[in-house]
Write a protein that binds this ligand. Structure first.
Ligand SMILES: Nc1ncnc2c1ncn2[C@@H]1O[C@H](COP(=O)(O)OP(=O)(O)OP(=O)(O)O)[C@@H](O)[C@H]1O
Ligand SMILES: [Mg+2]
Length: 259
């Protein structure tokens, strides 16, 4: 298996404060990773780094065989799918949902070419999978938060990305939409056709079949590796400074706090 992500001794500073501190991380193609950690741990910073939206202060980054500093980041971004609130803020609001979904294929939030019939069919089928095909003609600013999130997920899937980056993708989804989406991610993880990195605050939202995990704390990996060895009560208790108990049920992980 080839390497999908290689992060070596990466530090990222904002105004002199370190969001990532000498991080090492390696992901092989086809692996699916859950990334958990407290607010401010550096999760979103790390995801933005993978996409080339943030640049390391120190260290080297290689994603999908492309080394930062020596590659065309626009080309790299067409191979990466991303769902996050970070990207959502770039959406202008006056584009139609159908155009926004199709634009996912081109790695930008604006569409410069006309939508072809084949692209429209594919986009409509993705919107259908997410239960929101009736939104196709709406403008993106007219959507509720959960509707927008579903549309952004469809947009990401449009790209047939080699690497899928999901930063709290279930934020704002209702229970039915969430489970449907997690079921889809679970199938993708088991098929190992694409590499996935999934950031979440809730262990019960880690889809069944995800095989690796990283716990980030203060810009460092507190633990990383096979999910069953990494996602443990001990590691989570240390991460949150709380007596956490983790229960595994039907391939999903549930967090309880021991009083
Ligand atoms: N644009 C920015 N300018 C300055 N500091 C920033 C910026 N973005 C993030 N930070 C800081 O970097 C650190 C890591 O932030 P990051 O957004 O990566 O955390 P996170 O793990 O995603 O947190 P959350 O769970 O709240 O989403 C935080 O201390 C944050 O305040
Ligand atoms: Mg974040």
């Amino acid at each position: 298996m080839s390497r999908a992500i290689s992060v070596r001794r990466v530090t990222i500073e904002y105004d002199g404060k370190r969001a990532l501190q000498g991080l090492d991380w390696s992901v092989r193609s086809g692996e699916s990773w859950a990334v958990v950690g407290p607010n401010g741990a550096g999760k979103t910073t790390l995801m933005s780094l993978l996409n080339g939206y943030r640049w390391p202060t120190q260290g080297t980054v290689e994603v999908l065989g492309m080394r930062f500093g020596e590659c065309d980041l626009r080309e790299l971004r067409t191979r990466i799918g991303m769902v996050s609130s970070f990207l959502e803020s770039w959406v202008r609001g006056d584009e139609r949902v159908i155009e926004l979904v199709v634009s996912g294929k081109y790695g930008s939030t604006r569409l410069w070419t006309r939508v072809t019939a084949a692209e429209r069919r594919r986009a409509m089928s993705l919107l259908r999978v997410l239960g929101c095909e009736d939104l196709a003609g709406k403008k993106s600013r007219e959507l509720s938060q959960g509707e927008r999130q579903r549309v952004m997920i469809a947009r990401t899937l449009m790209a047939d990305a080699e690497l899928l980056i999901l930063d709290e993708p279930c934020e704002g989804l209702d229970l039915g939409a969430r489970e449907k989406f997690l079921g889809g991610l679970s199938r993708l993880a088991k098929a190992k056709l694409t590499t996935m990195v999934y950031v979440t605050h809730r262990t019960d939202e880690i889809p069944e079949g995800f095989n690796h995990a990283m716990i980030l704390k203060e810009g460092k990996a507190l633990a990383a590796g096979r999910i069953e060895k990494t996602l443990t009560s001990e590691n989570l208790s240390e991460c949150y400074n709380l007596p956490v108990r983790l229960e595994r049920l039907g391939g999903r992980y549930y967090t309880l706090i021991d009083a």
